[in-house]
Write a protein that binds this ligand. Structure first.
Ligand SMILES: [Fe+2]
Ligand SMILES: [Fe+2]
Length: 182
């Protein structure tokens, strides 16, 4: 009985993983370097989007400390775009953007939060929550890309990505402090 059950479970698991396997596209990444470059294109698109999304957050924020913090991070974000262009050129690659569905979703959600709250403390709290999700996506991306760059021996790229990561982490810490002070 026990045996037949465990066989059944095993079979189910095998069928499940087979059903979930995704067929690669013809232009699929074949190496860690290909994947690294693809993910750079994703964060390049995301950072470009943020140069337009952060000003919307600023216009919808009533808290002067938040406005100051977002203005600082907007300037940093514009520089993140430039650093990523330097990363592409350090790799001998053309700077290209590929739509980041995750950042498109996080910023869309931020706009929903703004439309569902009155201007003031509650909208500010919603904006902080969305902004932290943005930073965490960036932190996860940059820390992973740095690990890949190190593995690939791309030291210049790793250093530039680390500079972006440091600013994302500092921003997230400030956002978290502002959440706690709400
Ligand atoms: Fe950034
Ligand atoms: Fe950021």
């Amino acid at each position: 009985m026990t045996n037949s059950n465990s066989v059944a479970e095993h079979t189910n698991t095998a069928q499940h993983s087979k059903a979930g396997t995704i067929k690669a596209k013809p232009d699929a990444a074949h190496s860690l370097r290909d994947l690294f470059v693809d993910e750079l294109k994703d964060i390049y698109w995301a950072e470009n989007l943020l140069t337009k999304a952060i000003p919307k957050m600023i216009s919808n924020t009533s808290n002067p400390e938040m406005v100051k913090g977002f203005e600082k991070h907007l300037a940093e974000t514009q520089n993140h775009v430039k650093r990523l262009e330097d990363v592409f050129s350090s790799l001998g690659e053309k700077a290209e953007a590929k739509k980041c569905e995750a950042m498109a979703g996080i910023t869309k959600e931020a706009e929903e939060i703004m439309s569902e709250t009155e201007m003031g403390d509650v909208r500010d709290a919603g904006i902080l929550s969305a902004a932290r999700k943005v930073e965490h996506y960036e932190i996860a991306t940059y820390s992973t890309l740095i690990a890949f760059a190190n593995k690939l021996g791309e030291n210049t790229a790793a250093k530039l990505l680390q500079d972006n990561l440091n600013e994302e982490q500092q921003t997230d810490n400030k956002l978290y402090a502002m959440c706690q002070a709400m």
